[in-house]
Design a protein around this ligand. Sequence first.
Ligand SMILES: [Mn+2]
Length: 334
Amino acid sequence: MTTQPTQTILEAIDNCTGSILIIAHNRPDGDSIGSVLGLALALDAAGKKVAIRSEDPVPEKYRFLPCVDLIRELDAEINPPVELVMILDCADFDRIGAAKALIPPGVTVINIDHHATNAGFGDISWIDPNTAATGEMIVRLLNEGGIRIPQDCAAGLLTAIITDTGSFQYAQTTAETLRIAANLIEAGAPISDLCEALYMQFSRQRVRLLARLLDRLNFACGGHFCYAWLDSEIFRKTGATREETEGLIDHIRAIEGVVVAAILERLPDGQQIRMSLRSKNPDVNVGAIAAIYGGGGHIAAAGAHIAEPHAEFESELVEHVCKTIDQAAIRPRA
Ligand SMILES: [Mn+2]
């Protein structure tokens, strides 16, 4: 009988007498923040020493979460010394950035993630691409280990699942996802308070940003591909921050006929581009499109950072997306 990675992970946690260092990925999203907080709070309640570190600060919109201040900057001291490292929701080891320097040599690194593009870095890796959110995997791990889920932990983990499933709308939302969410609500996660904090507290600047973005839509592939550019001018004119772009793409994705949505953000240097992609059709894999540009992600959601875009970047992207959509259209659906 083969040992499940969850058993190996639980044993490593059990045997750890020093600090367990939990690391969030750069530009942390709801799944990343909710998962690291949830795991840390459950392990803390179980008597373990935990520390959470992130190179990038927690975005303003997630600062409402209970115990969010446990997520500290990289130079904060960790006592006792780190004996075990857990990296969550991170498709690629480089995405923890300078937090790598916090990993003492020889210490076991555990990689828990749901991105299909995760190549399995670390000493113990548990990758489940069929899971909607890393938060869901954390609940499975805690349940399997008989580790109690305190109320604040449940709030973090439910936030992870709500944000990565698009409020239980995306295709990866399964009956198990809903059972786990029910589990978290039973543990005291306040679902309507969480949703209000997540989706009903946008700043006026962010609403102005959305208005201008919707004025800049480009349609291609007979309306199946819709994309828009963000640049320094739009942030200056609206007063919105670059952090407030999260979720804008959902408004493009929501347009009738659109199969692939994209936001192309020109970074402050005026050169580099951050690309976010969404797909509404399971046969149209935007993860594969992102991979062409050195990025990654899932079938339905992916992204890439283009450091040196060449002059034909936009027309080439349109071509790649249209080809992917056309191929899906001719492939018979199972
Ligand atoms: Mn995730």
